[in-house]
Ligand binder design. Sequence first.
Ligand code: ATP
Ligand code: MG
Length: 393
Amino acid sequence: MSIGILFESSETDEKGIKMTAEEMGIDLTYIPFRKVAIRLDKNGYSLRTKGKDYTNILKDITVVLNRAQSKNRRLFAANILEAFGKHVINPQCVEYACFSKLRTLLHFWKAGIRIPDTVYVPVDPNEKTLDGREVHNEEDIADLMQQELDNNIVIKPDAGTHGKSVKLAKEREELLSIIREVEPSIINPVGVLAQNLVQKWFYDLRIIVTKEYGKQPYCYPTALARAGFKDFRTNTFLGNMVIGVNLPQHIRDVSAKCGAAIGGDSEAYVLAFDAMVDVGDNKIVDDEYLKAEFDKLEPSFDAVKNVKRDKTKRTNFPEWNKKLEAAFEDYKNQDAYLNIKNVIEENMEKNKQKIMFHETNACPEFWEQTRLAAGIDLAEALLKGAQSIIDSE
Ligand SMILES: Nc1ncnc2c1ncn2[C@@H]1O[C@H](COP(=O)(O)OP(=O)(O)OP(=O)(O)O)[C@@H](O)[C@H]1O
Ligand SMILES: [Mg+2]
């Protein structure tokens, strides 16, 4: 009985998981999932690359950590592995829920968890008929959105990531031009998804919930706040900064409920929830003060980003990792960092009842940010989850 790790290419997170497994004394077996042939026939299954047969290796594995990067490939990996009798973290039912923002929101909503006001319109903006005509539904979609939502409307692809194509419309012409650009695609298979703009101030949250076999869902006491004034989307991908914050107990409790809502009766999982606090005007300092603090913090965050780009990441991971940790430590020791952290924590405490959840990530990136800012080692959580299943057998 052993633990496997499946991935497409070995990035920092996968290297981090391997390093952590070594430190924990856990044998971790690699399973490739790109240029492989997965064969099903009357004798069973096989998994082979051009040069190597992984079939028996896979047979010996009890639990697989699924680190395939694209949502589609990850879902297929989970489907295949469960059919082969493997336990997977995360299981396919979790991947299925997390794949789609609408499905995730439906789970939250059913469990009574606050979400942004959401509208889904199933029709596509531009339809092509069999005889080659085009049917335009943009005006009707905009009418429906304006009928149901406020003036500021956020349109987003159902299965998008990194804030890509998440757009804000402040008036009808803007709304129409955004809707005109929505096309059925792999990240937005059908229809249009929209929400009221949540008045969330300058930060949102990435909250981690894990579950081990036989235990209750566990929400970590800290979270990653993504913060800045660059855009209404606070994704770090768009240049915002990350701050580790302590969560109010109420937010931890609701987050654990989110875990149960998405995880169902799965044995073990590791999830990252995206949440916003609907602060409204309940702000405790003015934006100018905060912007000045962010400016002060910029050089040390740039230093972190420089290390991230450093090529030694690939050639000498442990050494590079030390450099990253040192740069992050320096960034976290800045007065501006602590000042921003205090503002977020105080503001969360005051507005904790207004926490809203809007997305779940089944394969969150963690080594470079969540681990260093919030002190949460997801590699350890993944391995412990897998070990808990093995121990139960
Ligand atoms: N309804 C909303 N009101 C206000 N801000 C929003 C709303 N929806 C999304 N945002 C902002 O836009 C960002 C990106 O949105 P969302 O998380 O839905 O997209 P994403 O592409 O999945 O991003 P990621 O994969 O990085 O989490 C959020 O982190 C949040 O800051
Ligand atoms: Mg998100």
